[in-house]
Design a protein around this ligand. Structure first.
Ligand code: SF4
Ligand code: SF4
Ligand code: SF4
Length: 249
């Protein structure tokens, strides 16, 4: 069986998810022995127009990004969105809550007119093209990346948790952050990280994106029980939930 050709592309991002892959060190060699890497700007100089699996890191925001992304989709058999920037727009999407020109000026001042800052509203990858699989998180979990790529190389469907972080958190017997007077997005956020943040005594800020069918009423009940409001919840969603905050209107 020939190895599937793998290409990794980046759009607007900090490239931290690609760095997670590189940081796999020796394990990356095992993984790359079952695929054929043909393009990966952060790790190799070769480029190719011929690939089977396209892994996309980053959100879509600069002029020309959408056209480039569509060309990748046309060539790839399977498209995988890598990390929160790609799966839900990530921290880049915070910009959509503001007037873009004013936001650029506030950050870059006189440099805000430079051509590479010619950006528009930020989109997740699946707001432009069809995406087959998503590797969630900011940054991604290396083991989950390896698992998903192995499944794809073997022609299997990877299983990505459809339940909330609270499930993993309760299995770890953590004290709930709501009991500490905090707001935690665990009830709405897709599991798979092992409830990493509540396990080190901080709230979940939703980096794995929301589960497909979040229970809004249950979330509102929790907020009422602990004397919080929907506005408090929406504020907590600013970092990774800009795409979905509207459901709490
Ligand atoms: S998801 Fe987070 S770590 Fe990954 S590229 Fe985006 S900002 Fe960086
Ligand atoms: S701390 Fe967060 S993730 Fe854990 S049970 Fe409470 S709400 Fe759920
Ligand atoms: S607990 Fe929440 S914010 Fe922390 S890694 Fe998991 S999904 Fe991301």
């Amino acid at each position: 069986m020939s190895k599937p050709k793998l290409a990794i592309f980046d759009f607007a991002s900090c490239e931290g998810c690609q760095l997670q892959i590189i940081n796999m060190e020796e394990e990356i060699l095992d993984l790359m022995s079952i695929v054929n890497p043909v393009e990966w700007r952060e790790a190799m100089s070769e480029q190719s127009e011929d690939f089977d699996i396209a892994v996309i890191e980053g959100s879509i925001t600069r002029s020309g990004d959408e056209e480039r992304l569509r060309r990748i989709r046309e060539r790839a058999k399977v498209v995988v969105a890598l990390g929160a920037c790609a799966t839900c727009g990530g921290v880049n999407k915070i910009m959509n809550n503001f007037n873009i020109e004013e936001a650029k000026k506030a950050v870059y001042q006189e440099a805000s007119l430079m051509p590479h800052l010619n950006t528009s509203l930020t989109k997740a990858v699946d707001e432009v093209i069809d995406v087959d699989y998503k590797i969630h998180g900011c940054p991604i979990d290396r083991k989950e990346f390896a698992y998903i790529i192995r499944c794809l190389a073997l022609g299997k469907n990877p299983e990505i948790p459809a339940y909330a972080v609270c499930v993993e958190c309760k299995l770890k017997e953590n004290i709930c952050r709501y009991e500490q007077g905090e707001i935690c997005l665990g009830p709405l956020t897709r599991a798979g990280c092992g409830a990493r943040c509540p396990s080190v005594e901080t709230w979940c800020f939703g980096c794995r994106g929301f589960i497909d069918d979040p229970n809004i009423y249950a979330a509102k009940e929790v907020m009422n029980k602990y004397g919080k409001t929907s506005e408090d919840l929406k504020d907590r969603m600013m970092l990774f939930g800009s795409k979905q905050r509207y459901i709490y209107e």
